[in-house]
Design a protein around this ligand. Sequence first.
Ligand SMILES: *[C@@H]1O[C@H](CO)[C@@H](O)[C@H](O)[C@H]1NC(C)=O
Ligand SMILES: *[C@@H]1O[C@H](CO)[C@@H](O)[C@H](O)[C@H]1NC(C)=O
Ligand SMILES: *[C@@H]1O[C@H](CO)[C@@H](O)[C@H](O)[C@H]1NC(C)=O
Ligand SMILES: *[C@@H]1O[C@H](CO)[C@@H](O)[C@H](O)[C@H]1NC(C)=O
Ligand SMILES: *[C@@H]1O[C@H](CO)[C@@H](O)[C@H](O)[C@H]1NC(C)=O
Length: 523
Amino acid sequence: MVFVHKGGIALVAASLCILFPPGVITAAVSATPAQTFLGVGGSGAWWPHDLFNFPDSVRQNLSSLLFSQAGLGLSNYRYNIGGGGVNVSNPVRAPETFYVSPGVYNWSADPQGIYFLQQAAAHGVPSLTAFVNSAPAAMTSGHASCNGAFVNGTGLEYGTYIADVISHWRAAGLMIGFISPMNEPDNNFGPSPCGQEGMMVSANQRAEVINGVYSALQTKGLQNTVGILADESSSLSLATSVITTWLPSVIDKARMLLVLHLLQFSILSQVAALVHHTYDFPTDASYLSYVNNVQMLFPGKATWMSEICCSLGSANGAGRGWSGGYDPTIGNALMFAGLVFQSFVLAGEPHYDASPPNYLGYRFWTLVSNQLGCSPLTSATCATTPNDNGWTDGMIYYDPSYATNKNFNLYLTKHFWTYKHFGNFVKPGTQRRPLTGSDVQQWMMAVSTPMTYSVLAMNPNATDSTLSLTFPDAVCALSAFRTSATEDFVTMGAATRPATGAAWLLPLKAMSLTTFTFDRGAC
Ligand SMILES: *[C@@H]1O[C@H](CO)[C@@H](O)[C@H](O)[C@H]1NC(C)=O
Ligand SMILES: *[C@@H]1O[C@H](CO)[C@@H](O)[C@H](O)[C@H]1NC(C)=O
Ligand SMILES: *[C@@H]1O[C@H](CO)[C@@H](O)[C@H](O)[C@H]1NC(C)=O
Ligand SMILES: *[C@@H]1O[C@H](CO)[C@@H](O)[C@H](O)[C@H]1NC(C)=O
Ligand SMILES: *[C@@H]1O[C@H](CO)[C@@H](O)[C@H](O)[C@H]1NC(C)=O
């Protein structure tokens, strides 16, 4: 400050007050993009088994809620290639297998899973991933779809089966672009009868699986079209030790990626907590250390966050951790949105999948769930009120008794509406533009396309505030969409700009997530 005169202190104080009134966060959109996003996704395990039985109008509605821009607008869908469910006691988690014998398939199997995969494709979901929890029973050590292991020497046989399935469905127009051939390789989900499918693939067997799948894809000319995902399920310690024993020999096969299962990562980053019923989700520090470690070991390989669910906790992240309990309210939905921001902003990850299968055999973030913990036909507030009996593992819920009471309603939680902000605006090919400014929160980001900016900003506080934002180029405010306790992605007035100022004002209502859209060009 050059011009100092009597009363200067008072003047400076007054102007600071104008520049930074309470409740205003001042930020600038960076001119330099951070990561390019691959998209926002979810998983088709295991709800298709039930939802396939719903009336066609409801199945169509559900597909639109998941896959169209009028709904979540997901850009990635994970299809579970079933292992036949041999020795799995829960029929919902026992998807049929196409496999009959080597080279012989029943392509009419798993009509449930295929129906929703077709719906995803028909709605133009750009990225389809297939994943496997277990090889068909005939190939596993115990001749079941769980409680057994991958058998040494069968890599090519297993890979051929995988490649046959993928090439069959690609020929039918379902353009599967990624394969995760050993989801949760550290757990066989036994003992029998099991709660879900699972196949142990020991670290020293994983290279054979990757080599087998890669060679079989190569035989079909698909090795550059279908990327192999190395689903490292277990731990930070695996990321630093076991991965280095097997991954380097196959790291250049196909488009290998390391997929971070945030849930398991958190389990084993706290090994002592394994036997407990609750544990903390990763702190920012341990999440960053994982991502940095992978980058150090395998430069240029992306990490994807592909799985999370089942946490209570409030909007600002307090109380986060593995837990039962159903909470469909805005507080928990913002807590979950905060986890998405953690992956996108803190860890800089290009992809976020809200997906299911898993480790402790509980319920996972499955997009669609029947774990309401109450009966919507007998209680009008069932679907909208928290309870201790259900699980917060879905965005859309259905009546667990639908088969007998014929209640085919779909119940949307606040999680659906908050996830829609990401699904609608964080599209493949969009780029994150970090926000800079000393009081910028981790729960804010701008997403750019050549023509637009979208600013996603969350206010987890009990008081309203305003984001005062400048852009590196000329923009014109277009619109805004808000989700709060009383609003579900409601269209709001666009951001405004005072006649004298360069900064746009973006109102952030208490306990809300708002997306503001801008045209890249002067008004
Ligand atoms: C193929 O699978 C369908 C669906 O489960 C089943 O109805 C049919 O019997 C199977 N066909 C053969 C030849 O196994
Ligand atoms: C599958 O179940 C059968 C019948 O209970 C049992 O004998 C067999 O050991 C189980 N297989 C595995 C791999 O657990
Ligand atoms: C399977 O093969 C791996 C790699 O050669 C080897 O380390 C492991 O001991 C074998 N496992 C069994 C059960 O033979
Ligand atoms: C789809 O389901 C939602 C949630 O239950 C409901 O609000 C909406 O009216 C349904 N739409 C159609 C076309 O059935
Ligand atoms: C929420 O409150 C915290 C703590 O007072 C503050 O730092 C932050 O800027 C507030 N966030 C918003 C979006 O208002």
